[in-house]
Design a protein around this ligand. Structure first.
Ligand code: AMP
Ligand code: MG
Length: 415
């Protein structure tokens, strides 16, 4: 699919995803499973809760015995025992009797309701019930949370903290998760120096290597930083070989895929593996390379810092999600009102934007950070943005006040 015509973002993404499959499962300790993707269905082998128990501190009773109870005419029951959380079920409630019970304690045989302390009054070894309980009131039935035999958690879900807890209550000390992809990050360019090197004329710091490594982490991958390769065949070839020797699952490069005199990434990739070069209808960041070297998928991202990050968002993030076994890679969308008119021209435009709550609406602006906010080299625009306004290819104009969806880059709006 090598082409010089403009490829749609979806076409390029479909092609990339078509060669990727989820990485195999590995069994990890429960707490290490947090944030990872479940590789197998998890079945419950026991009921949760495992036994019927009290939801309140109070008295376990037979509802029928106290059916006539009111504050004015309490029902007197004889207290024949007590049961605390952690006790094995031992007491029994016979007609006319009650057992003092604590939250989480097993419901005594014979009882079918718990009257909480606030609706009772102790009276010389008896208890006065001040309100009639319903059958099942304040009782947690065995299996009401999870039934034995049921699939409690389906493969593919992301393990969030309550899921860690659910796995614990089901007795899973180790969890089958897809292996996290190891993702090589190689920056290319003769102008680049690393952060601890003083800037000399003509040089800039390698920011892409760090942005991309952090994006890999955010997406759930493990970055393998490879530093900087120079714009010549020999150095680039050597750095790619070194990266492949690290046993990576995905390879990202930045820069050198355009039409400049020193854009050798294309030459090296073409020389080494099966490689396609595309002009993708995306803004910022048209040039993109994709293929495989020694079986490892490789995405050649553009060099401009915003273009590199946007191309990561459009292609590398979904690729990492696929390797992780996650279903999609769509960020959370928020409906908002556009503050100002926006123009577009035939490419999918990933506009950096800021959304905030205004009354009972959300308002999004693509300005507010200087006039150059949408330039492809303005990394501070992406640092400023808390969302992306993704304008589709076929939309040329959005009026001020238009209703749009924005994709959130943050997990809270008060940041
Ligand atoms: P290129 O695709 O090689 O033509 O690079 C496009 C632009 O991105 C140039 O201005 C480069 O200096 C810049 N650039 C390339 N790589 C990086 C990087 N790792 N960090 C920051 N800027 C970069
Ligand atoms: Mg370059």
């Amino acid at each position: 699919m090598t082409t010089t015509t403009l490829l749609m973002v979806n076409q390029a993404l479909d092609h990339i995803l078509s060669v990727l499959t989820p990485l195999p499962a590995e069994h990890v300790p429960l707490l290490a499973s947090y944030g990872r993707v479940l590789a197998e269905d998890v079945r419950a082998w026991q009921d949760i809760p495992p036994f019927t128990n009290s939801a309140m501190d109070g008295y376990a009773v037979r509802a029928v015995d106290a059916a006539a109870a009111t504050v004015g005419a309490p029902v007197r029951l004889r207290v024949v025992g007590q049961v605390a959380a952690g006790d094995a079920p031992h007491a029994e409630v016979s007609p006319g009797m009650a057992v003092r019970i604590m939250t989480g304690a097993p419901l005594p045989h014979g009882a079918d309701a718990v009257v909480r302390f606030e609706r009772t009054r102790a009276d010389a070894g008896d208890v006065l019930i001040l309100a009639a309980p319903q059958i099942g009131e304040n009782v947690r039935q065995a299996g009401e949370d999870v039934r034995a035999g049921a699939v409690a958690l389906a493969a593919g879900i992301v393990i969030r903290p309550p899921i860690v807890g659910l796995l614990a209550s089901l007795g899973y000390g180790r969890v089958a998760c897809h292996r996290r992809p190891r993702v090589a990050v190689l920056s290319t360019g003769d102008e680049l120096v690393d952060i601890d090197t003083p800037l000399t004329p003509g040089k800039i710091r390698n920011s892409n290597g760090y942005t991309l490594a952090a994006l890999v982490q955010e997406a759930g991958g493990v970055p393998v930083p490879l530093g900087i390769a120079r714009d010549n065949y020999a150095d680039l070839h050597a750095k790619i070989e070194a990266g492949l020797a690290e046993g990576v699952d995905l390879f990202l490069t930045s820069a050198g895929v355009s039409v400049g005199d020193y854009d050798v990434v294309k030459d090296v990739l073409a020389g080494e593996g099966a490689m396609d070069f595309w002009q993708v209808a995306i803004k910022p960041g048209k040039p993109l390379a994709f293929g495989r070297i020694q079986g490892v998928p490789i995405i050649g991202l553009p060099g401009n810092p915003v273009a590199a990050a946007v191309a990561f968002e459009a292609f590398a993030r979904p690729a990492i999600f696929r390797l992780l076994g996650r279903g999609g890679a769509t960020r959370v969308a928020l409906p908002a009102t556009l503050a100002e008119a926006v123009e577009n021209s035939g490419r999918r435009h990933y506009m950096r934007a800021w959304v905030r709550r205004v009354g009972d609406d959300f308002v999004v602006t693509t300005r507010g950070h200087g006039v150059t906010v949408q330039g492809s080299g303005i990394l501070s625009s992406l640092a400023w943005a808390n969302c992306l306004l993704i304008v589709p290819e076929d939309i040329t104009h959005l009026a001020a006040g238009a209703r749009v969806d924005v994709e959130l880059l943050v997990d809270s709006l008060d940041a």
